[in-house]
Design a binder for this molecule. Structure first.
Ligand SMILES: Nc1ncnc2c1ncn2[C@@H]1O[C@H](COP(=O)(O)OP(=O)(O)OP(=O)(O)O)[C@@H](O)[C@H]1O
Ligand SMILES: *[C@@H]1O[C@H](CO)[C@@H](O)[C@H](O)[C@H]1NC(C)=O
Ligand SMILES: *[C@@H]1O[C@H](CO)[C@@H](O)[C@H](O)[C@H]1NC(C)=O
Ligand SMILES: *[C@@H]1O[C@H](CO)[C@@H](O)[C@H](O)[C@H]1NC(C)=O
Ligand SMILES: *[C@@H]1O[C@H](CO)[C@@H](O)[C@H](O)[C@H]1NC(C)=O
Ligand SMILES: *[C@@H]1O[C@H](CO)[C@@H](O)[C@H](O)[C@H]1NC(C)=O
Length: 475
C-alpha cells in the first residue's frame, strides 16, 4: 500500500466492473441488433462464421475435458450461459458463478474476487492481460483475463465485427488454458489457484504470482541460477512428453511464455499447446523446420510422426534457453558434461529422457563437490578460523558473478573451495561463511579485502589468511 499506482488501480477497477457488468452490456448489444434490421442481418451473417469458429473451440475443449471432474466445470459454464440469455441474473448480486476446481483444495472463485485490494499490471500479450491483485485475506495472486485491447481481439473485430462473438471466441483460448492447467500439474507449470466465470462466458484465471522472465537479468546471474532454469525447463519437457494428456508440444516457445517464482522457471502460457503428434503418410511429412536447422523423423506404421512433439520442445529449449544460459561460466570440471548436453540437444541426438538424465548427472556432481577434488589443492592450512563470529566494517571488493552487487558473495561447496577462491583473488584476505545455502545446498561465502572488527554471530565463521593478514597480525 506504500506505492499506489493510479492507472493500475483504475485499470483493475474497470476490469472488475467490466467483468461484473459484461453480461449487462451484452444484453444491450442484443437489443440494438433487434432495433436495426440491416445491422441485424449483417451480424447474423458474421455470426454464422463466428459460431462455426466457436463450435470448433468448444469441441477442442470437450476433447480435453473427458474426465468427470473437469466435465462438471464445463457443465456449469453451459448453465450460466443460458441464464445470461434470459437476463435473470441482472436483478440481483448473484451474477457470477463460483467456478471451483475440484482437484485443487485451496480454490478461489468469483466470490473472493469481489473485494480485491491494490493492483498492478504484471504483463500482457496478444491475447491476455495479467493483473496483480491482493485478495481480501491478504494473498497476492495474478489474475489472467482476455485483453480487450490486445491484437487477438482487434484482428477478430476486423474480420467479424462482432464484439460479443469475438470476446467469446478469445475467451475460449483462456478456457483451454484453464483446463490444461487443471490437468497438467508440475513444479515448473504455474499453479492455478482458481477461476471465475461469469454468465456471459467471460472468464478469469487465478494464478500463483510470478515475475515475468527477464532474459537480460538471467544472463547476468550465476551459473548455478542459470543451470536451475535449464534444469527446470528440462524437467518440464520431460513431464510434458509423458503427460496424462499425451505428448504435449508448445507451439509458441518464447521466454515470455514463462515466469519466475522464487528462482524457479514456470510455464504460464498454455493456449498454444497441442496434444497430438502430427499425422503422416511418408517420412517427408515428419520434418521439423527451424530457421537454422531442419530435422526429419520417421513416419510410424500407425501414420504419426512419433516423438515429434517432444523433439520440437527440446530443440526450442536448446535455441531459446540452453545456448544463452548454460555454457557460459560452467565450473571447469562440469564443462565436458555441459558441452555434451549442448551438443546432443543442438543436434537432437538425445531424447528428452536422456537429456534429463544428463542434467541430473551434472546436478549430482555439482552438489557432491566430487568435481572439485581433482581440480583444487587444499589451502585451508593457510587460514586461521574463528567460529561464532562475523566481520564488521568490511572493505568489500566486487567479483563476478556475485550474489550481491555490493561485494563478493559466491556459493562454494566447502571451506576448501572458498580458500581456493580467496587465494585466486589478489584483493582477498579473509572470507566469511554463513549457514545460508543456495538451492543446490551450497554454502554462501563472502570475500573481503579487510574488516575493522569481529562481532559475535553464532551462524557464521571467519577465515583469515595467515600470510597476508593485514592489520590484525602485524599491528
Ligand atoms: N502468473 C503470472 N505472474 C506474473 N506475470 C505473469 C503471470 N502469467 C503471465 N504473466 C505475464 O503476462 C504476460 C502475458 O501472459 P500470457 O503469455 O499468458 O498472454 P498471451 O496473450 O498469451 O501472451 P503472448 O502474446 O505472448 O502469447 C506474460 O508474458 C507474462 O510476462
Ligand atoms: C441502422 O443501420 C444503418 C446502416 O448500417 C445506419 O446508417 C443507421 O444509423 C442504423 N440505425 C440505427 C438506429 O442504429
Ligand atoms: C471420452 O470419454 C468417453 C466415455 O466417457 C470414451 O468413450 C472416449 O474414448 C473418451 N475419449 C478420449 C479421447 O479419451
Ligand atoms: C529446411 O527445409 C525447407 C523446406 O524444405 C528449406 O526451404 C530450408 O532451406 C531448409 N532449411 C535448412 C536450414 O536446411
Ligand atoms: C557436436 O559435436 C560434433 C563433433 O563431435 C560437431 O561437429 C558439432 O558441430 C557439434 N554440434 C553442436 C550443436 O555443438
Ligand atoms: C521416459 O521416461 C518416462 C518416465 O520416467 C517413461 O514413462 C517413458 O517410458 C520413457 N520414455 C522412453 C522413450 O524411454
Amino acid at each position: 500500500m506504500g506505492h499506489p499506482l493510479c492507472t493500475a488501480v483504475i485499470l483493475a477497477a474497470s476490469v472488475l466492473v467490466l467483468t461484473l457488468l459484461m453480461s449487462c452490456w451484452h444484453f444491450k448489444v442484443h437489443e440494438a441488433v433487434v432495433a436495426n434490421e440491416t445491422i441485424e442481418e449483417d451480424l447474423l451473417l458474421k455470426s454464422t462464421a463466428i459460431l462455426d469458429e466457436l463450435d470448433k473451440r468448444r469441441q477442442e475443449i470437450r476433447t480435453l475435458t473427458n474426465s468427470s471432474e473437469v466435465q462438471r466445470f464445463m457443465d456449469t459454464s453451459e448453465t450460466f450461459e443460458q441464464q445470461s440469455f434470459e437476463g435473470k441474473h441482472l436483478e440481483n448480486g448473484n451474477t457470477v458463478s463460483i467456478g471451483s476446481i475440484i482437484k485443487n483444495p485451496d480454490h478461489i472463485g468469483c466470490a473472493q474476487l469481489v473485494n480485491v485490494r491494490s493492483v498492478d499490471v504484471l504483463g500482457s500479450g496478444y491475447t491476455k492481460i495479467v493483473l496483480q491483485v491482493v485478495l481480501s485475506e491478504g494473498h497476492t495472486v495474478a489474475l489472467k483475463t482476455v485483453y480487450d485491447q490486445g491484437t487477438d481481439i482487434r484482428r477478430c473485430l476486423e474480420e467479424f465485427n462482432d464484439p460479443l462473438g469475438c470476446h467469446k471466441l478469445v475467451a475460449f483460448k483462456l478456457k483451454k488454458e484453464i483446463v490444461l492447467l487443471q490437468r497438467l500439474q508440475h513444479p515448473n507449470i504455474i499453479k492455478l489457484r482458481g477461476h471465475c466465470e461469469v454468465s456471459s462466458g467471460d472468464i478469469t484465471a487465478v494464478l500463483e504470482q510470478g515475475q515475468p522472465l527477464q532474459m537480460i537479468q538471467l544472463l547476468q546471474s550465476t551459473w548455478e541460477e542459470r543451470f536451475r532454469v535449464c534444469l527446470g525447463l528440462t524437467r518440464l519437457l520431460h513431464y510434458l512428453s509423458n503427460s496424462p494428456l499425451g505428448s504435449v508440444a508448445l507451439l509458441d516457445f518464447q521466454p515470455r511464455q514463462f515466469v519466475m517464482v522464487d528462482g524457479e522457471l514456470k510455464l504460464t502460457d498454455l493456449d498454444d499447446a497441442i496434444l497430438t503428434e502430427p499425422v503422416c503418410q511418408l517420412d517427408q511429412d515428419c520434418v521439423l523446420q527451424f530457421p537454422l536447422r531442419n530435422f526429419s523423423l520417421p513416419c510410424s506404421p500407425q501414420g504419426v510422426c512419433e516423438g515429434m512433439n517432444s523433439m520440437r520442445n527440446l530443440y526450442n529449449a536448446y535455441r531459446y534457453f540452453f545456448t544463452y544460459l548454460l555454457p557460459h561460466q560452467t565450473p571447469p570440471a562440469l564443462k565436458h558434461l555441459v558441452d555434451n548436453i549442448m551438443n546432443t540437444t543442438g543436434e537432437l541426438r538425445s531424447s528428452i529422457n536422456d537429456t534429463l538424465e544428463a542434467f541430473k548427472d551434472v546436478l549430482h556432481l555439482y552438489r557432491s563437490g566430487l568435481h572439485l577434488d581433482s581440480y583444487i589443492p587444499s589451502l585451508i592450512r593457510d587460514y586461521a578460523v574463528m567460529r561464532g563470529v562475523s566481520t564488521s566494517g568490511n572493505m568489500d571488493y566486487r567479483c563476478w558473478p556475485s550474489y550481491s552487487q555490493f561485494g563478493c558473495l559466491l556459493s562454494v561447496h566447502s571451506v576448501r573451495e572458498a580458500a581456493f577462491i580467496c587465494n585466486s583473488h589478489p584483493q582477498c584476505s579473509s572470507f566469511c561463511l554463513s549457514k545460508q545455502r543456495t538451492w543446490t545446498g551450497r554454502l554462501l561465502a563472502s570475500f573481503q579485502s579487510s574488516f575493522s572488527h569481529l562481532v559475535p554471530d553464532g551462524n557464521s565463521e571467519v577465515y583469515m589468511k595467515k600470510t597476508k593478514a593485514p592489520s590484525v597480525d602485524r599491528v
